[in-house]
Design a protein around this ligand. Structure first.
Ligand code: PGA
Length: 252
């Protein structure tokens, strides 16, 4: 097993209210959590402050999106400085729902990643192929291009990979109950790490955490998490349930 710290992110998406999220936070705060695992919960924008104020400090909080500049006339957007002002340390960028429901391009995602990192946030950067791309045999091409758009801004602008977590989330596995098999996940993660080795550096390839997302549950997390290049998870649906605790403790 590698020395990379296991990372489990919850992505609450546009779900919950103060009552249900408050109950979930109480469950997490009182649970016995493996302290070898870094835990970050992605809250809806309006609940960032609420989540950060109520969630135990041993867990991080993430925004689910942000814009590429610090302030200005961008109605409806939020910036990394505002996220930080709420005491929140992370942001999820490039999620497939941002890419495919809201039409965000690789270029825009790259700009957002650069600005978020420059502002001092950690970034959970998401990539992943659609079903038709997998079936057409273009998975590698797609995830390499998406990774390249992120890597180039880190290499050129920020040069600090310690605050980047790469989330491989095959679109066909997100919210569908069709999890990638441990072998499928490991295969792509290993290739992504190799891509990093060739295109970034040995040190970054060895240290960057590559996490898997797509229908992770309490039932499948142990096997997925035992793969050599799977350094954690980004969890949607199951992060809203008490079983998130089992996922956090997948390697316990
Ligand atoms: P899911 O979502 O766990 O509900 O498949 C994962 C994600 O979108 O990050």
């Amino acid at each position: 097993m590698s020395s990379r710290k296991f990372f489990v992110g919850g992505n609450w998406k546009m779900n919950g209210d103060k009552k249900s999220l408050g109950d979930l936070i109480t469950t997490l705060n009182t649970a016995s959590l493996n302290d070898e695992t870094e835990v970050v919960c992605g809250a809806p924008t309006v609940y960032l402050d609420f989540a950060r104020s109520n969630l135990d400090a041993r867990m991080g909080v993430a925004a689910q999106n942000c814009y590429k500049v610090a302030k200005g006339a961008f109605t409806g957007e939020i910036s990394p400085v505002m996220i930080k002002d709420c005491g929140v340390e992370w942001v999820i960028l490039g999620h497939s729902e941002r890419r495919h429901v809201f039409g965000e391009s690789d270029e825009l995602i790259g700009q957002k990643v650069a600005h978020a990192l420059e502002s001092g946030l950690g970034v959970i950067a998401c990539i992943g192929e659609k079903l038709e791309e997998r079936e057409a045999g273009t998975t590698e091409e797609v995830v390499y291009a998406q990774t390249q758009a992120i890597a180039v801004v880190v290499v050129d602008n920020v040069k600090d990979w310690s605050k980047v977590v790469l989330a491989y989330e095959p679109v066909w596995a997100i919210g569908t109950g069709k999890t990638a098999s441990p072998e499928q996940a490991q295969e792509v993660h290993e290739k992504l790490r190799e891509w990093m080795r060739v295109n970034v550096s040995e040190a970054v390839a060895d240290s960057v955490r590559i996490i898997y997302g797509g229908s992770v549950t309490g039932a499948n997390c142990k096997e997925l998490g035992s793969q050599n290049d799977v350094d954690g998870f980004l969890v949607g649906g199951a992060s809203l349930k008490p079983e998130f605790v089992d996922i956090i403790n997948a390697r316990a």
